[in-house]
Design a protein around this ligand. Structure first.
Ligand SMILES: [Cu+2]
Length: 165
């Protein structure tokens, strides 16, 4: 009786060990597999500049080209190193600016943020921010994490219809 019991226990132990080894192998294969299936996104930003709003005090628009040499990604948020400033992602729909939650950055493609299209908007900036001022923009991507980009406020290239003064 006691011999049978010990045999049974021994079989149970072997079974557990086998299961444990099986789980370990499965985990290793899963880890290795996830590393190979999608290549990491490779985000770079170029041609970035900012314009102060000619109509609204303390408001600016940011434009740039977001190049993605890797897999698809999404811009989730933006922030700037200007105290108290708030940043929003904007699009233009039916001629009006609308706030958006995210911007898709297609795989092996360029997302262009430009006037009258997708852009980043900064509000509540102090008087010290003028043409020529620099800031550091932090972009947060879903897959690539955070990317920091220096951006300078430049005089608008196009004269607005209503005039700046
Ligand atoms: Cu806007």
């Amino acid at each position: 009786m006691s011999k049978n019991y010990s045999l049974h226990l021994s079989a149970f132990r072997n079974g557990s060990l086998f299961l444990a080894v099986g789980i370990l192998i499965f985990s290793l294969v899963t880890l290795a597999g996830s590393g190979c299936t999608s290549q990491p996104p490779q985000i770079t930003v170029e041609g970035q500049y900012a314009n102060l709003s000619p109509m609204f005090f303390g408001v600016g628009s940011l434009f740039m080209k977001i190049k993605n040499a890797g897999g698809r990604d999404t811009l989730l948020a933006a922030s700037v190193n200007i105290p108290a400033a708030t940043v929003e992602l904007h699009d233009i729909k039916d001629g009006k600016m609308v706030k958006v939650d995210r911007m898709k950055v297609p795989s092996r493609d360029t997302l262009e943020l430009k006037p009258r299209s997708l852009h980043i908007m900064v509000f509540n900036m102090p008087k010290t921010v003028q043409d020529g001022s620099d800031m550091l923009l932090t972009l947060t991507f879903e897959r690539s994490g955070q990317l920091q980009v220096p951006v300078r406020f430049e005089k608008p290239k196009e004269i607005p219809m209503h005039g700046g003064n």
